[in-house]
Design a binder for this molecule. Structure first.
Ligand SMILES: [Zn+2]
Length: 316
């Protein structure tokens, strides 16, 4: 396969020429102005940059935050950009005169990871990216789940602590994303802080403290960080066990910043997930670290463009 994959984020856009799941060249730009027309122009310019003047008969796949009408490429709403009914697909076709397919960024990442990463060869697969939020996607019986209005896979917004959790950006309490994203880990560290009055963890610039610093401190045995980490792992395990009950996947791949914890995270979370897995046979779901990192979205978007849709089967 050969296509253009675009990963559009709230502050950054990356366009890549993707060949058989590998990125051959890329162009990137920062997004400062989030006005729809300005962003659409920036995306088109980034695609032109990576194409270097040639179109080569390639199709373009774009992964964007928000809920997307897959048939038209209209972003129905995107909290990251503050857009409603933004016709991204049509605008890019107008700018570039090439075939354009648009889908949610997390669904694109799931398609990429399923085709070329940690989900290769599985029929039932879930990707979760644990970053600022939690993005996800579900592959069932070999096909990416879209749902009735392209909302299947919004796993970040099922509640794991509905009565005693943190407020989520979506307005609910205790969403999986609020508890088990990288931001969730930081919130756990702040929540347990009163029990560790002599802790150094939040001593300087707590606003700059990231999930990586907390995880590293936990790994080196810091009491405050470990208390936060254990709560984090509890909530992550709750969500993973729920996913197993809903989807019964063969593999759940964890991507995003927090997954750089690798074995330290997997060793902690696996036995807790087993404990919480009740009606589905235990020990059947492999929980692994995702393989494509930040490139999963662009690679998956290119796969979508090459196949002509998010759900089309691979060409043989
Ligand atoms: Zn939520």
């Amino acid at each position: 396969m050969r296509a253009i994959g675009v990963d559009l984020g709230g502050s950054h856009v990356m366009a890549a020429v993707v060949e058989d799941g590998a990125i051959k060249s890329r162009a990137e730009n920062d997004i400062v102005d989030r006005t729809f027309d300005v962003v659409a122009k920036m995306v088109a310019a980034t695609i032109r940059e990576v194409l270097g003047g040639k179109k080569d008969g390639l199709a373009i796949g774009v992964g964007s935050p928000g809920n997307v009408d897959l048939a038209t490429g209209v972003i129905r709403y995107s909290p990251n950009f503050g857009w409603h009914d933004a016709p991204l697909g049509a605008k890019l076709r107008e700018h570039l005169d090439m075939p354009v397919f648009v889908a949610n960024d997390a669904r694109c990442a799931t398609l990429g990871e399923h085709t070329y990463g940690g989900g290769r060869g599985t029929a039932n697969f879930v990707l979760l990216t644990l970053g600022t939020g939690i993005g996800g996607g579900i592959v069932a019986e070999g096909t990416l789940l879209i749902g009735n209005s392209a909302g299947a896979g919004e796993i970040g917004h099922h509640q794991v602590r509905a009565t005693d959790g943190f407020y989520c950006n979506c307005g609910k309490i205790g969403c999986f994303e609020a508890q088990a994203s990288g931001t969730g880990l930081l919130r756990h560290a702040l929540a347990v802080a009163p029990s560790f009055p002599r802790s150094e963890l939040l001593a300087d610039k707590p606003q700059k403290l990231g999930s990586k610093a907390i995880r590293r401190a936990a790994e080196s045995g810091d009491g405050h960080a470990l208390a936060a980490w254990n709560r984090y792992i509890d909530d992550l395990a709750r969500g993973l066990a729920n996913i197993i009950a809903f989807v019964n996947p063969e593999v759940i791949a964890l991507g995003g910043g927090v997954s750089s914890a690798g074995d330290f995270m997997l060793r902690a979370v696996r036995p807790k997930v087993e404990e919480l897995t009740t009606m589905v046979p235990r020990g059947q779901t492999r929980i692994v670290v995702a393989e494509l990192g930040n490139d999963a979205g662009a690679i998956g978007a290119a796969v979508m463009a090459d196949r002509g849709s998010l759900t089309a089967a691979a060409r043989s």
